[in-house]
Write a protein that binds this ligand. Structure first.
Ligand SMILES: Cc1ncc(COP(=O)(O)O)c(C=O)c1O
Length: 400
């Protein structure tokens, strides 16, 4: 009997299993602090409903047909880019079904099997998986509390050049990093842009959380500092509006945008959704919504940090992210994330183990918690369960 699995392409044969499985019957229902989902309490349902009606009333023939990407949304994106200091032109913008679609297309255009791609350690696990699946040789650049370590990057670039290797791109999340929450300092932003120009490295600046700033002044995007066209800025409406709309974008040199567009064969990114999002963004409505989100998410971050201080062992280290969705925990040497994950699942709480965010197996002593999705009571209860799991592991060890 021929096997269906024999038809799978080599890249599809060894896909990693999902990180989580559903609750087994009879276990404590899990409070998931794992995924960076948006808080449904804040979806602007009434405004989206009236924007939907308006699009259908005024623009149905175009909104409901096939068609090129709606220029009104591109104009909104360009205006927002310019407001953040990026001298964008409409022909530099590509709209995608979420920024994930654009990140998934990148290796189609840039990566042949074995090409070097530079990625932060840790990084967004979706991107880590996608670039690895595409056959890239992922080289990890370390990060710290101030983001990507640009001195380490300089050394890596020098070594690669010595071996006649030019990386295809560097993928970085400069603001309220997923998973660490760190923000790249201004000094390092300048250093990174200078290195990109010196080595001709395309920097993919994924700034998904840029607008979710709870305190402090915004830093210039890398694309605003770049004078030589080596930065591709990627953004999304998922964090500021609603992920279900699947609306993201990239801004880069037109040569790259045109190539990406060729691989995005359905063309338009949704004539209806693009008009809906553009309608919502108009008249300052998106900015007002972002201000409300930041008040709400700031409170949730504080609830999570307070709960960690109260319930987790004192030698668990945590930084205070100034925005975004995530808190990153560094565990003491005797607590491994895999063991904590097992104990936590028995207590009924889930998180992302740090190893899922690295391309090279690092991160066994780290884990990511999302404060974005759960209501505050669940954040408190979830972190209390996590703390209980950590204390139980230690007691168990001490008793042996
Ligand atoms: C850093 C980063 N980039 C991109 C995405 C993907 O966002 P979307 O495809 O919804 O635009 C996420 C989502 O979690 C993310 O954290």
């Amino acid at each position: 009997m021929p096997e269906l699995a024999d038809l799978f392409a080599a890249r599809a044969r060894n896909v990693p299993p999902p990180i989580f499985s559903p609750d087994a019957p009879g276990t404590v229902p899990t409070i998931s602090l794992a995924w960076g989902l948006a808080d449904p309490a804040l979806f602007p349902r009434a405004a989206l409903l009236s924007a939907t009606a308006e699009v259908l009333e005024k623009d149905a023939p175009a909104a409901l047909n096939y068609g090129a990407t709606y220029s009104g949304l591109i104009e909104q994106i360009v205006a927002r880019l310019r407001a953040s200091g990026v001298a964008a032109q409409p022909e530099q913008v590509l709209v995608g079904h979420g920024s994930s679609q654009i990140l998934a297309l990148l290796p189609e255009v840039l990566v042949d099997r074995g090409d070097v791609v530079l990625i932060e350690g840790p990084s967004f696990m979706g991107a880590v998986r996608r670039f690895a699946q595409a056959g890239a040789q992922l080289v990890t650049v370390p990060t710290d509390a101030h983001g990507l370590d640009t001195d380490a990057l300089a050394t890596i670039l020098r070594d690669l050049r010595r071996h006649n290797k030019r990386p295809k791109f560097l993928y970085t999340i400069p603001t309220f990093h997923n998973p660490t929450g760190a923000t790249l300092s201004l000094e390092r932003r300048h250093a990174l842009v200078a290195l990109a120009a010196e080595y001709g490295v395309l920097v993919v600046e994924d700034d998904a959380y840029y607008d979710l700033r709870f305190e402090g002044e915004p830093l210039p995007p890398l694309a605003a500092l770049d004078r030589d066209g080596w930065v591709m800025r990627v953004g999304t409406f998922s964090k500021t509006l609603a992920p279900g709309l699947r609306m993201g974008w990239a801004c880069a040199r037109p040569e790259i945008i045109q190539r990406l567009q060729m691989f995005k064969w359905e063309g338009s990114s949704g004539p209806f959704m693009t008009r809906l999002v553009a309608r919502f963004c108009a008249d300052g409505q998106l900015d007002a919504h972002i201000a409300a989100l930041n008040t709400h998410y700031r409170h949730k971050r504080d609830v999570m940090l307070d709960a960690i201080a109260q319930h987790c062992p004192a030698d668990v280290q945590v930084d205070r992210p100034a925005g975004g969705f995530f808190v990153w925990l560094r565990l003491p040497p005797d607590l491994h994330a895999a063991a904590v994950q097992q104990a936590a699942s028995e207590q009924g709480v889930a998180f992302v183990p740090g190893t899922a965010c690295y391309a090279d197996g690092q991160g066994t002593d780290t884990l990511r918690l999302a404060f974005s999705f759960q209501p505050v009571e669940q954040i408190e209860a979830g972190v209390a369960r996590l703390g209980a799991a950590m204390h139980a592991l230690r007691q168990h060890r001490a008793a042996r």
